[in-house]
Design a protein around this ligand. Structure first.
Ligand code: NAP
Length: 209
């Protein structure tokens, strides 16, 4: 554990495929940091997402580098390779356990999209996960949260106090839309950091979507 990690008491883990990362993700992480008083937010691009077996996901090295470019200007943000470097599918429970090995006495907040958290009952070792981690579920404004309530009721442990919805206006931006725009030669300006935009064009990502 590095010296700087010793003072971390409340840590956000920003989990996602980030294909590509965009301002919706960045605003979500910054909003979560402020609202939940997090000392740092570590972005963890997924290596091999277990729920995307039938989909084409961009190579991990590209998603990782785009994430690095995107967080460069925020001193509270970092990027971790834990899921990219781990072999096999990327399960959140394994990631959380790896973070506990590196940080002493830390409280973890796993931040991701509410749509992803709606599927949490299918995640590996959900009971263990809920007992170890808080969840921040990012939603777009106006989205009904009743679905999330229904999921919470079915969880094996009482989870009202560990799953926190967070409304983020910028989540109107989506990675799927950005990939389609690139494929259709439409502009993606102002949807994501300029450095990420240039990276996408330089590496000819999403052109065949
Ligand atoms: P996804 O199914 O691609 O995304 C679902 C929705 O959530 C999309 O609207 C997506 O928007 C949004 N989203 C994704 N990550 C977000 C973030 N960090 N902040 C705000 N919104 C976000 O989800 P995914 O990205 O593949 O997976 C999300 C996280 O859940 C990952 O860390 C993944 O490893 C974890 N997960 C774990 C398991 C398991 O342990 N078994 C199973 C499934 C997912 P965009 O498309 O614009 O990003």
């Amino acid at each position: 554990m590095s010296e700087s990690n010793k003072n971390i008491k409340r840590l956000g883990i920003m989990g996602g495929t980030f294909d590509p990362i965009h301002y919706g993700h960045l605003v979500t992480a910054e909003e979560a940091r402020g609202r939940f008083n997090l000392d740092k937010v570590v972005f963890v691009p997924s290596g091999k997402p277990p729920h995307k077996k039938g989909y084409r996901v961009t190579e991990a090295r590209h998603r990782y580098l785009m994430t690095i470019l995107a967080v460069a200007t925020n001193p509270y943000f970092e990027v971790s390779r834990v899921e990219i470097d781990r072999s096999g599918y990327s399960y959140t429970v394994d990631t959380v356990n790896q973070f506990y090995e590196h940080f002493d006495d830390v409280e973890l907040y796993f931040i991701t999209g509410a749509d992803a958290i709606l599927e949490i009952l299918t995640w590996k070792n959900v009971e263990e996960l809920l007992s170890k981690t808080n969840f921040i579920a990012a939603t777009r404004p106006g989205i009904e949260l009743t679905q999330l309530d229904e999921v919470v009721k079915k969880l094996p442990v009482p989870a009202y106090d560990v799953i926190h919805p967070l409304e983020v206006p910028a989540m109107a931006i989506s990675s799927t839309d950005i990939r389609s725009r690139v494929a259709e030669k439409r502009s993606i300006k102002y949807l994501l950091p300029e450095a990420v935009e240039h990276y996408i064009y330089k590496n000819r990502l999403y052109v065949e979507d």
